[in-house]
Design a binder for this molecule. Structure first.
Ligand SMILES: NC(=O)C1=CN([C@@H]2O[C@H](COP(=O)(O)OP(=O)(O)OC[C@H]3O[C@@H](n4cnc5c(N)ncnc54)[C@H](O)[C@@H]3O)[C@@H](O)[C@H]2O)C=CC1
Ligand SMILES: C[C@@H](CO)CCC[C@@H](C)[C@H]1CC[C@H]2[C@@H]3[C@H](O)CC4=CC(=O)CC[C@]4(C)[C@H]3CC[C@]12C
Length: 414
């Protein structure tokens, strides 16, 4: 238990860096798009592996944006995997193609708010990666539902681990657990220990903060069989990459506006972003190393980071949308902040008025405006120090992959 820093186990060598254990080109390709389908069968290299395939992993939310990348990354990069269980409210058709490889892929349609469904899925798993969640900052779902899925769902996962004897739990938290806070104070190149007043009112960050707290408090609880549960939480900043719905929304909005997007956020406001492949890789590494470094990693939080540049939310998106033919108009915001705030408030009113008839959930509301307008960037090496994380994808690779994906979205939209 907790052989910190040893790296002598069968799974140890990967801590030296991704190159040491990369068996295939990194995962890519999502959403059933043609050019990416070649990457759907990443497993043959693993068949050569002399290592015993003995581990059972469960990924909740495995059909979501991040979850799908975690699933594919595990199949590619975790040689000890025997069975991969994918638990999600909505199962994707792409799962079928994964079932032909050497790892047993078990798709489980289920709801994290239903304790018995979660317990059945967790039973017999060695590791649970809990990414399932309701990501809603646009008012699409009620605060109660967000709480139910994100908080009660997480509680159910923890209890299932305790009751069935699963010892390792990795939770996908969020930068939003820290901030930006309601005062809009900047968090500039902060790390996991940077003091910051983390005060929230919006249901999404509140739910993520509560769920993260539950996960961290559960570290050390005795599971069935008497051994301690080892948990930790990963806090991605704004994730981007293949399958990112908000990027898709911005792209389509730009197309509707004749190939233009209009600057609303000052270029000086920096927003932390991280490539989905690197977030997935970090989950895989954490899951692998929790057993060997339990004393060091148990109960810890880690920001997810890579070498993506610090830019404003809009300027960062243009790194991908620009090469796809869109243009960001204006070097400064075209509308004054007070007017944007007024429009954001108007959107809230419209959402409320239209609710009986239709769901009106535009990107702009007071919360998203505050988010986009507040500097929040991380600069840390905690993940490297604790479990040897280095980004698997360089910024150039991440950028190229994302651009290719947006281009494929464009192709499939025509
Ligand atoms: N997208 C982002 O920029 C960031 C996301 N996160 C976190 O990462 C995790 C994954 O987020 P995304 O992949 O972006 O979201 P997503 O919406 O694409 O994926 C979430 C998945 O969870 C599933 N799910 C939702 N409710 C469920 C339920 N009741 N039972 C079972 N499955 C359910 C959904 O069907 C979906 O497949 C979430 O926990 C989110 O809070 C954290 C930081 C940034
Ligand atoms: C005012 C608009 C003018 O173009 C720009 C609006 C952008 C917003 C939709 C995004 C700005 C910041 C994003 C959030 C941030 O990246 C952190 C997040 C973490 C999560 O855990 C989930 C997603 C998100 C809340 C993300 C959502 C979209 C933004 C608010």
């Amino acid at each position: 238990m907790g052989r910190e820093g040893g790296g002598a186990s069968g799974r140890g060598p990967c801590v030296a860096g991704p190159g040491a254990c990369r068996r295939q080109p990194p995962v890519a390709g999502l959403g059933g798009l043609g050019p990416w389908l070649q990457c759907l069968f990443p497993q043959p290299g693993m068949a050569d592996s002399a290592q015993a395939q003995k581990l059972v992993y469960l990924v909740t939310g495995g059909c979501g944006f991040l979850g799908e990348h975690v699933v594919r990354m595990l199949l590619q990069q975790e040689p000890q995997l025997r069975e991969l269980r994918i638990f999600d409210l909505h199962l994707g058709p792409w799962l079928e193609e994964l079932k032909t490889g050497p790892v047993q892929v078990t798709a489980i349609q289920g709801d994290v708010t239903q304790a018995h469904e979660v317990a059945a899925a967790v039973a017999g798993a060695h590791v649970v990666i809990h990414t399932a969640g309701l990501v809603d900052v646009f008012g699409k779902t009620s605060p109660e539902t967000i709480h139910e899925v994100n908080v009660q769902g997480t509680r159910n996962v923890i209890e299932a681990c305790v009751q069935t004897g699963t010892r390792f739990l990795v939770y996908t938290s969020s930068m939003e657990v820290v901030g930006p806070n309601i005062k809009g104070q900047p968090f500039y190149r902060g790390n996991e220990n940077t003091p910051y007043e983390a005060v929230h009112r919006h249901p999404y960050p509140c739910s993520k903060a509560l769920a993260e707290q539950l996960v961290l408090e559960a570290n050390g609880r005795k599971v069935l069989g008497g051994l301690p549960l080892v948990t930790c939480a990963l806090r991605p900043t704004g994730i981007y990459g293949e399958g990112h719905q908000i990027m898709r929304d911005f792209y389509h909005q730009g197309l509707r506006l004749g190939g233009r997007l209009f600057r609303a956020i000052p270029a000086s406001v920096e927003h932390g972003r991280v490539y989905v492949g690197n977030v997935a890789w970090m989950h895989v590494l954490v899951a692998r190393e929790l057993e060997h470094r339990a004393a060091l990693m148990g109960g810890q939080v880690y920001f997810c980071y890579d070498n993506s540049p610090y830019k404003s939310y809009e300027d960062f998106n243009m790194e991908f949308l620009g090469p796809c033919g869109l243009r960001l108009v204006g070097t400064r915001p075209l509308l004054p902040y007070w007017l944007l705030l007024f429009l954001a408030a108007l959107n809230v009113l419209l959402q409320w008025l239209l609710r009986p008839l239709l769901l009106y959930a535009p990107l702009l509301n007071p919360y998203t405006l505050a988010m986009a307008n507040t500097t929040f960037t991380v600069s840390t090496d905690k993940a490297r120090r604790h479990f040897g994380y280095e980004p698997l994808f360089s910024w150039e690779e991440s950028r190229t992959r994302t651009i290719r994906w947006v281009q494929a979205v464009e192709g499939s939209a025509q």
